[in-house]
Design a protein around this ligand. Structure first.
Ligand SMILES: [Ca+2]
Ligand SMILES: [Ca+2]
Ligand SMILES: [Ca+2]
Length: 249
């Protein structure tokens, strides 16, 4: 066979082997669409969690961040959508109310965040309003038709309704659904305090197959790789032999 043909064969064999061993995605699953589940609500049922006050009015010495954790279980798949709400049974802006989802006498002191089982933290309320009391039946949803929670004013307390959050909850999309979700709160300015009392996370799960690389090569594929390597070696050796003969002549 002519050297140029042999070289071509060696290249084709090597490319085939590389494609077989790792280059071809599993198209059987990568084309499948997500199977979206039912939105499911999980509510915090523990004792009220007191939010420690800041030590001064500078904003630089906040109280310790506290968490009200709950367990999400039984969902199939990963996070497709997350909504979070601060609940409450009887809503009012009364200082010290125990029937609101979060009582506080100056909610502008607070940074409130949601933490996922994967450890991701999204700040959902960030020093909002002028300084009203309490959050009650406050729903935070990226897809809300309502205004941003960051746009509310003191007169709106206790902030009943549906709002878009400070930062997008879609950051959680694709993450682990089951596990511990926590509502975090931290107070940045001294004098006013409060507690987390009742909150809910509503998760829509989905099963979304993703493109996967090929599984471990079969014996046949390993044999092909070995064959192409030997073949390439043979081509190199023949050419080297040919050059030596040419040199000697
Ligand atoms: Ca969403
Ligand atoms: Ca949503
Ligand atoms: Ca405070």
């Amino acid at each position: 066979m002519q050297p140029i043909k042999i070289r071509l064969w060696a290249i084709v064999a090597t490319i085939s082997a590389v494609l077989l061993l790792g280059g071809v995605p599993d198209t059987a699953t990568s084309q499948a669409a997500c199977t979206v589940g039912t939105p499911t609500a999980f509510s915090y049922s523990g004792s009220p969690v007191a939010i420690p006050d800041a030590s001064d009015l500078s904003g630089n010495n906040p109280g310790a961040q506290v968490a009200a954790p709950l367990t999400v279980s039984g969902l199939v798949g990963t996070v497709y959508d997350v909504n979070v709400s601060i609940d409450g049974t009887v809503c009012s802006a009364t200082a010290g109310s125990t029937t609101v989802g979060l009582n506080h006498t100056f909610v502008n002191d607070l940074v409130i965040a949601l933490q996922s089982p994967d450890g991701t933290v999204v700040t959902v309320i960030n020093h909002t309003d002028g300084g009203g009391n309490n959050f009650c039946q406050t729903v935070l949803d990226d897809e809300s038709a309502g205004p941003s929670i960051q746009s509310v004013v003191t007169a709106n307390a206790p902030f009943i309704g549906s709002f878009t959050p400070n930062a997008a909850l879609s950051t959680f999309d694709g993450e682990t659904a089951n596990g511990t979700w926590s509502l975090l709160a931290q107070d940045f300015f001294a004098q006013d305090t409060g507690s987390i009392r009742a909150w809910t996370v509503t998760i829509t799960p989905a099963t979304c197959p993703v493109a996967t690389s090929r599984p471990i090569p079969t014996l046949g594929e390993w044999a092909l790789l070995l064959f192409s390597a030997l073949f390439a070696g043979l081509v190199w050796w023949r050419e080297r032999l040919g050059r030596q003969r040419l040199y000697k002549n």
